[in-house]
Design a protein around this ligand. Structure first.
Ligand code: NI
Ligand code: MN
Length: 225
């Protein structure tokens, strides 16, 4: 069993009844966030890349909760340099089993720097196996045909797919990405937080291939999986 709560933008909270994992907790400066940094009790934070709308409040939350930050080598190292005691460095293509489950870093076509201008390695997507459920959080990315390999090698239950255009895929590419990965459920993310990424998520759902359920989550909405 897994409870997935959408916190807004690309931020997601996963709970399996024992462990709590936060992905890309951008809350304080997110006008649509459904939670504040101090609401997050997660002991693990997994990051797709270093941009401010993903790194977000990670340093503050990790320090308060004594949480582990899991990310690619340079980005996790950056968090360590910012005073986070517990980091786990990975790199693209690798997976590792943590107390809550397994994390694999996948390719994402994007860039990755921190708000203070440091480059922090390649950006990633995440495949997280937790509570018997497999989640693919695509991170910020363009469309790429190797997403088909992710669908071939993993039975994805839920795909979180950026659809807001401008910085990532728009609705057409996002729907094609879902076709490549073939998850059971596709959830659009990374839209409407700012005017430049305003889209109609219903358009994304309409473009999905038949047999794949599109779920539009408002910040604060949860899926029980
Ligand atoms: Ni980004
Ligand atoms: Mn972003």
């Amino acid at each position: 069993m897994l409870n997935l709560t959408y916190l807004g933008h690309s931020a997601v909270l996963l709970k399996d009844g024992t462990h709590e994992v936060a992905i890309d907790p951008f809350l304080k400066d997110n006008p649509l966030a459904s939670a504040k940094p101090e609401d997050i009790k997660a002991k693990f934070i997994v990051l797709t890349h270093g941009h401010g709308d993903h790194l977000g409040d990670t340093i503050e939350i990790a320090k308060r909760n004594d949480a582990m930050v899991i990310a690619t080598f340079e980005l996790a190292g950056y968090c360590g340099n910012q005073g986070v005691k517990n980091i786990h460095q990975m790199n693209t293509g690798g997976s590792y089993t943590f107390p809550f489950g397994k994390v694999k870093l996948t390719v994402a076509l994007h860039s990755s720097s921190t708000p203070d201008g440091q480059y922090v390695g390649d950006p990633n997507g995440l495949i997280i196996e937790m509570g018997g459920i497999t989640i693919y959080h695509a991170g910020d990315t363009a469309l790429f045909s190797d997403m088909k390999l992710i669908g071939e090698m993993h039975a994805i239950d839920v795909m979180l797919v950026p659809a807001g255009d401008n910085f990532t895929m728009g609705v057409d590419e996002a729907a094609k990405a879902v076709e490549f990965v073939k998850p059971k459920i596709a959830v659009p993310v990374h839209y409407n937080t700012f005017p430049v990424i305003k889209i109609d998520p219903e358009e994304f759902v309409k473009k999905l291939p038949s047999g794949i359920e599109g779920k539009i989550l408002k910040p604060g909405d949860s899926l029980s999986l």
